[in-house]
Design a protein around this ligand. Sequence first.
Ligand code: HT9
Ligand code: FE2
Length: 350
Amino acid sequence: MDDVIPFLENVLRGKNVPRERMLEVVEHYRHYDGVSPINEQNRQLLDAIKTEFASAGLEIPVYWGNRNWHPMFADTLRQMRDDGCKRSLAFFTSMFSCYSGCRQYRENIMAAQEEVGEGAPIVEKVRMGFNHPGFIEAMSESVRDSMAQFDTGSEEVTVRFTAHSIPMSMADHCDYVKQLNESCRLIAQSCELPDWKLVYQSRSGPPTQPWLEPDICDEIESLHEAGQLKKLLIVPIGFVSDHMEVVYDLDDEAATLCKKLGVPMQRAATAGTSSPFVKMIRQLVEERLGKTSERPALGSLGAWHDVCPADCCTYTPRRPGATQPSRPDASRPSAASGHASGGRPGTNRS
Ligand SMILES: CC1=C(CCC(=O)O)c2cc3nc(cc4[nH]c(cc5[nH]c(cc1n2)c(C)c5CCC(=O)O)c(CCC(=O)O)c4C)C(CCC(=O)O)=C3C
Ligand SMILES: [Fe+2]
């Protein structure tokens, strides 16, 4: 519990999220004695990746670094340097492009490279996996497993995919919603879902700031009021492990609401350490190493870019207390072009 506030302060530094919201989230973590399931899940993913690499004959050491809590990026990069690593590939545990899931990771890695200084390994990232057949297969399997938990066929089940809500001012500068809808469509097609839609969860900004909507709980209420909700399957498509946002916001909050309304509800598992997902990670790495020329991608958006363009996922958060919204187009720092981020060694350049 002692680590929770310092962790949340790291997450929210420079962000326009009220202190009251932060204190509310402290209570979410308190339900789990201050221990988010995400750390153990990341350790398991790391083991699964090592096993997958070994069985494919891919002899590459694998490391784990976080943005906001230990093991922190800078410590990981230092360890990598001490182990003789010069160049590395990053897999972000985030399948969709937005500032939080793409550029912020790159900025934080650059800051860590700067902190480590001389000899810090180069870090490039593998492409986003939202439409990779491995991710779609992992989530389709999960949807089918959950669907089988209901005692009737899927025609009575309303499916709502959820992703982390983000401010509209962030969503306007990335392909987050487009990629999410594409993943949902591909899974819905594969599972022949009659009634599905993408909604959002875990919104945290002040009510004055527009964020992506509707929220899953508002969606449940309005479907129920309209008499359109027999059974509900929630699919947390926007996350790759059953961490705090999933176990608290869905398994606790949304589940409690469904119970109150008498609606049978299931929540599909995230990709986690499922074999299609772990295999996808290995394939993305092999692809980037040039071991194959295939770049598998389902649907119509194609394989996403390997190297982020200069304007990829930009965002200028409104600082707390600011009276005017910032104008991101005019003042936006561009990490990739070196402006405002101090011309640091680029994450995506060698
Ligand atoms: C898009 C997205 C993902 C998915 C992509 C990815 O995974 O990267 C994600 C994942 C996660 N978010 C997480 C935790 C938190 N996110 C917060 C706050 C925020 N998230 C945002 C976005 C996202 N978040 C945003 C726009 C904010 C507002 C502040 C800001 O503009 O940055 C806060 C502050 C409290 C609150 O306000 O809720 C917490 C504690 C955890 C760990 C959970 C655990 O501990 O198990 C995970 C995996
Ligand atoms: Fe978050």
